[in-house]
Design a protein around this ligand. Structure first.
Ligand code: 5GP
Ligand code: ZN
Length: 118
């Protein structure tokens, strides 16, 4: 794994703009590494997106280049679900256009806050 301490951002990326505060969002949690905010089109009572502050295009890119941050995203999802709903949650990473990814800055969908179907 290569060391990545510098901030990697993409000026044309929607989620980089949200992290920078250039586009408003409903923040749920933030630390030095991740930013979490409510999805604009929620698919569950609680639907939060957790993103690394550094720009990686998808979860495979993140796993390859910064696996500790991927672990941190999972820990953040757990914390959100513990606060919202006794710790149960669904975690989704759409990866690639044909799998439904529409924003190419890796984001974990955290669905919780209620009993989920299926
Ligand atoms: P994907 O389809 O890439 O897995 O997920 C992108 C998610 O971002 C969608 O669930 C969509 O509702 C959400 N989204 C898109 N634009 C915005 C926005 O401007 N603000 C917020 N909060 N969520 C957004
Ligand atoms: Zn980005």
């Amino acid at each position: 794994m290569t060391e990545k301490t510098a901030q990697h951002t993409d000026p044309d990326c929607l989620f980089c703009k949200i992290i920078a505060g250039q586009i408003p969002s409903d923040k749920v949690y933030e630390d030095d590494v991740v930013y979490a905010f409510k999805d604009i089109n929620p698919k569950a009572k609680v639907h939060v997106l957790v993103v690394p502050k550094n720009h990686y295009k998808d979860v495979a890119d993140l796993a390859e280049n910064d696996p500790k941050t991927l672990v941190h995203i999972v820990e953040t999802a757990k914390k959100i679900a513990e606060d919202a709903f006794h710790g149960n949650f669904r975690l989704i990473f759409n990866t690639g256009k044909d799998a439904g990814q529409s924003v190419f800055h890796v984001h974990a969908h955290v669905l919780t806050g209620e009993v989920l179907e299926e």
